[in-house]
Design a protein around this ligand. Sequence first.
Ligand SMILES: [Fe+2]
Length: 470
Amino acid sequence: MGFYFCKYFLIAILWVLALENGGFFLLSNGGITSTFVRNEEKSIDMPFDSDVFKVPPGYNAPQQVHITQGDHEGKAMIVSWVTVDEPGSSTVVYWPQDGTKKDQTTGQISTYKYYNYTSGYIHHCTLNNLEYNTKYYYEVGIGHTIRTFWFVTPPEVGPDVPYTFGIIGDLGQTYDSNITLTHYEMNPVKGESVLYVGDLSYADHYPLHDNRRWDSWGRFVERSVAYQPWIWTAGNHELDYSPLIGENKPFKPFLHRYHVPFQASGSTEPLWYSIKRASAYIIVLSSYSAYSTYTPQYMWLMEELPKVNRSETPWLIVLMHSPWYNSNTYHYMEGETMRVMFESWFVQYKVDVVFAGHVHAYERSERISNIAYNIVNGECTPVHDQNAPVYITIGDGGNIEGLATDMMDPQPKYSAFREASFGHATMAIKNRTHAYYSWHRNADGYAVKSDSMVFYNRYWYPKNDSAIQT
Ligand SMILES: [Fe+2]
């Protein structure tokens, strides 16, 4: 009798649980944990003599050529490169595709030392007053060996201007990194510039932070970044802080090699800044600089967010390295202190999406916030919030540290889709209300979308754009 009572009582409880959760298998209330089975072999850096690292031929030939936006609106471009034999010329000659007149401008040269490494001659030159939506050719290395590249300037800033971004993070320089970059290049959805969420070369993986790996990374990505701007975010692997070998200045190699237009947005440091590009306003933050109350980054962001005019740039995108929402056990809650400082502002100003890296996997959140929590009220669980951004972690570029495969179980409610595979994403803004986002895993064909979402703009069309309607 007792046995049968216990048995039926247990079954009844299980049925109640099942009804509450929509089925036995939904004891987790989260989104999708992809069941895709990927190769979990360790990623290894490509050797120095790989063809992707080839030094361009010719005496003092410019190498590691890269470009990024050079002003706040998109009418300037910073062109950077390295020469190794001698300083050479720091002049860039450039001309529009349909024009006959060539312009030229001259930049600056710097070098740096890192323990026993001395850099080549690093050139940075800003081309100003460019026409919008125009293809320009440019030459670097005037005097000895000249190399020619091209780029297309963005359309004039405006609310309904279509524009497509690529999103890449934590790329490194392994065989997998090369596959990620190739997939980005071959994706039929053509990114026009890259939002790069930090951790570039992983040179610090080597003894004495072998800075030759900064050089090889620059040569590796040149095939993309010499032709379209990458918008830089600093990650922890840019810190290169190593007091044991006397290297006490954080970000030294990164800041010498990668210039950004921080002053154009009133920032006092190149590690946080903003740009407008087409219909998007992009804010870059530094997870590894001070951000508590009264610090320069805090004060800048506090003054920056009210300046965003959504009638001019409807899409408000934030880049940072360390994610605020991440259900992977790797780097879990490392972004928590910055979330505590800034999340209420992101909700108040209706940020559309936050892209972060750091965790070597892919994850997309629901629109959630956790701003009600005040230590004592117990409201410490994120809740659905249609004023909140979607948080996307895309540190899956393929670097030497490999994939982060260990996830929190069960999947939290705030997590819409997660998978530990290498890949990249694109975000195609269509107009002020709609943008189409998709993530592409390296194991698939170039055109395959492994996760996707139609974004509804938070300012102009703030309807629920989650697959789960709440
Ligand atoms: Fe990182």
